[in-house]
Write a protein that binds this ligand. Sequence first.
Ligand code: TYD
Ligand code: MG
Length: 460
Amino acid sequence: MAKARNTVFFCSECGYESARWLGQCPACKAWNTFVEEPAAKKEAARAGGGAKLRPAARTKPAKLSEISIMENDRTSTGFAELDRVLGGGLVAGSLLLVGGDPGIGKSTLLLQVCRKLAAAGKKVLYISGEESLRQIKLRANRIGEITGELSFLCETSLDAVQETILAAKPDVAVIDSIQTMYSEEVASAPGSVSQVRESTNLLMQIAKGEGVTIFIVGHVTKEGVVAGPRVLEHMVDTVLYFEGDRLASYRILRGVKNRFGSTNEIGVFEMREQGLAEVENPSEFMLDGRPEGASGAVVACAMEGSRPILLEVQALVTQSNLGIPRRTAAGTDANRVNLLMAVLEKRCHYEMGRYDAYVNIAGGMKMSEPALDLAIVMALVSSLKDRPLDEKTIAFGEVGLSGEVRAVSQADQRVREAVKLGFTGCILPQICLEKLDTSAFAGKIRLTGVRNVREAIAAL
Ligand code: TYD
Ligand code: MG
């Protein structure tokens, strides 16, 4: 029996639209991601949201030489850590998505950014669909006094938001969060794929048309519940993820996409009583509270963009009581750990198959750079033999399948960071050592070049 079709199906991962349910999304190849939603009133949506702002789109093509750009077009957010992730500051008219688990501190961060921008003379509008004005005020009181033109609005209707932004003409606006916003043109509930997509589209037009920098907060929810910000990633200029262990106090802001800068940078923050504070030296922070003379702990140096970070790799290798030994990895790639254990088994003849192994990056940081391989291998063997590595020594290098230690990038920066934090020994790939200007480190740090895993283990 024919039925009037007034629902469509969306992939909750990438937003792909289909007239019928599909097991696998043809666009992003994800399985079981299709959700049914009422069809948007297409004509109304297109003509409505679009037409009000569209005239700007009827502009003529221009040559690059005719386009004027202002030097120093970037505004500092007042947080050096955030500026670095953004590639030097905020670009006017850009649309930024700040994603992260609920309760991680997105609203706090953005409120602090708003406060700093307002103090620097910008006109800022903070729109919240989640909290009442009283709740915002309570939070703001903890953060500090607010000066300048910072105003707040509690609103979930996007049409009202649009009106307010067009009337108030702020320099920066914050939408907290996109999942609570709804457009009258779309029939489905707030937080659904079509609502989120339509709302972002409208905000994009406002940002580009009016030159307002707009921050969008997006919750990362467990799969399938509501549209994850992945749907939005294609539409916005910059995607920042705020991550970290909710129980640990530090938070990491990671650039995942950036049309105006590199994406490798991270910013490190610490959640305090008075909101978020910048952590200028993350290595110190990560190594805080390190046990002395313990086996199975090796300090490694990973690069996050242009910044070296020292962190402790911990391994615990114990006799297994099970047929299939347990292997877990926290903070790093579990498959990589399995691979490294296979290398140890085959190339160094350790009977890893008889042992359970747990690998952890202390501090809860997530890091999967291959340069951690050597430290993981050394930590595993150190724990297996119960022989600690000198606690003032770091190790970095990629381990290949034949047990060779391969070169990693920016070796001199990693060594310099180790020297800065008072380490006196460094185990690094031989190839890196040969290329390094060792005279700069003479007398400060003992550099040991290793060609394969066996040579590195000899250092234990
Ligand atoms: P919040 O910014 O509300 O998270 P999100 O918007 O990402 O959901 O952060 C809430 C958490 O931060 C909450 O657990 C309390 C904590 N917090 C502090 O520890 N200190 C502070 O000064 C503030 C404002 C929040
Ligand atoms: Mg919030």
